[in-house]
Design a binder for this molecule. Structure first.
Ligand SMILES: Nc1ncnc2c1ncn2[C@@H]1O[C@H](COP(=O)(O)OP(=O)(O)OP(=O)(O)O)[C@@H](O)[C@H]1O
Ligand code: SF4
Ligand SMILES: [Mg+2]
Length: 322
């Protein structure tokens, strides 16, 4: 029996127009996401990692249909997300939720915590007022907070507590997919591990599926079953956590890994940190987009865009070395 992945993304593209054609100026486009494909199996975590501006958040927003794709396919729970009517999409939205980076910016400062968590239940008419209060208490306990927190305002909470509220609100409607976009990047290092552990525990208890986004490969390796490495709008390598950790193939992944502290001495590797700045998506290099920074670049890399090839079981890399 074949089981269908919970989320399937194929050839996803998003171009943003920047500037304007006013007074004869040429229209310019940012290809923020440029042909991204991956699947996420039920109950698994796919980590999406890459430097700032590579298109991670845009990918997340496309999947959640917060922005419209320029091209591509998104399958979720066996349905084609891009062909759903507005009412069908509204219903499906309950099943996919997001946890944002900035728990302060994403929580309404004028609402008490109880209302923030209960609001999705009210919007979807899930239960009456008493049911909402009961469910809010349950959710607060689920994220490790005292139910009395329901009466507080976001500004009365610490960063870690606010992110727990963000997680509780995301779980209110019992989603199957949670997209976590840099969920601990804004938190003190001392509380990051607690929030990551909470996310892992919730995944196990509630059989959730995560798309976990971070610029920090160390965090992504800790959280994920599979890892996709993104560079300038493309996925350059995807594989199991162990394959990416122990046998990274793409020079960009190798560079990211060499910047991660390694506890296991058998895994110590030479430093091949990518040179130079990440290029702008407004001026994408020809051929392999990584070639201006790649220590292994050769002539073909400057003219031909590499396609993803299998480099191991369930492991693909887009690089002319393979
Ligand atoms: N609404 C928009 N209009 C124009 N350009 C945009 C828009 N949203 C994103 N971009 C551009 O698309 C590219 C990818 O942005 P995105 O936010 O997806 O990157 P990211 O990987 O999430 O970065 P970070 O790690 O900084 O969060 C960037 O160059 C960004 O400036
Ligand atoms: S295709 Fe060439 S430039 Fe690109 S990562 Fe591979 S070796 Fe480097
Ligand atoms: Mg982002």
């Amino acid at each position: 029996m074949t089981t269908q992945p919970l989320l399937e993304v194929r050839g996803l593209v998003k171009q943003f127009e920047v500037g304007s054609a006013w007074l004869g100026r040429r229209r310019r486009f940012v290809r923020a996401v440029d042909g991204v494909s991956f699947t996420v199996e039920r109950g698994q975590t796919l980590g999406l990692v890459g430097e700032s501006g590579c298109g991670k958040s845009t990918t997340a927003r496309l999947i959640l249909r917060l922005v419209e794709p320029s091209a591509g396919h998104i399958g979720f729970e066996g349905r084609d997300l891009l062909s759903l009517s507005a009412s069908a999409l509204w219903a499906v939205r309950q099943r996919m939720q997001i946890v944002f980076q900035d728990p302060f910016g994403s929580l309404n400062p004028r609402m008490r915590v109880g209302r923030i968590i209960g609001e999705p239940l009210a919007i979807y008419g899930r239960t009456d007022a008493a049911g909402q209060r009961r469910r809010t208490r349950e959710l607060l306990e689920l994220v490790g907070l005292d139910p009395a927190f329901a009466h507080r305002y976001p500004h009365e909470l610490s960063g870690g507590q606010r992110q727990r509220i963000g997680i509780a609100a995301a779980l209110a409607l019992e989603p199957s997919l949670v997209v976590a976009d840099e969920p601990v990047s804004a938190l003190d290092v001392s509380v990051q591990a607690q929030v990551l552990n909470l996310l892992s525990e919730l995944r196990r208890r509630l059989h959730l599926t995560y798309l976990f986004i971070s610029h920090d490969l160390h965090v992504v390796l800790h959280m994920s079953d599979r890892v996709a490495v993104m560079y300038l709008g493309e996925i350059v390598e995807i594989g199991s956590r162990d394959a990416i950790h122990r046998e990274p193939k793409h020079p960009y992944t190798q560079g990211l890994l060499s910047a991660v502290p390694v506890a296991d001495p058998t895994l110590r590797r030479e430093r091949i940190v990518p040179r130079g700045e990440v290029a702008s998506p407004l001026a994408v290099p020809s051929g392999c987009r990584f070639h201006p920074r790649c220590a292994f670049a050769f002539d073909r890399c400057r003219v031909e865009r590499p396609v993803a090839r299998e480099v191991g079981a369930g492991h693909e890399a887009a690089c002319h070395l393979y």
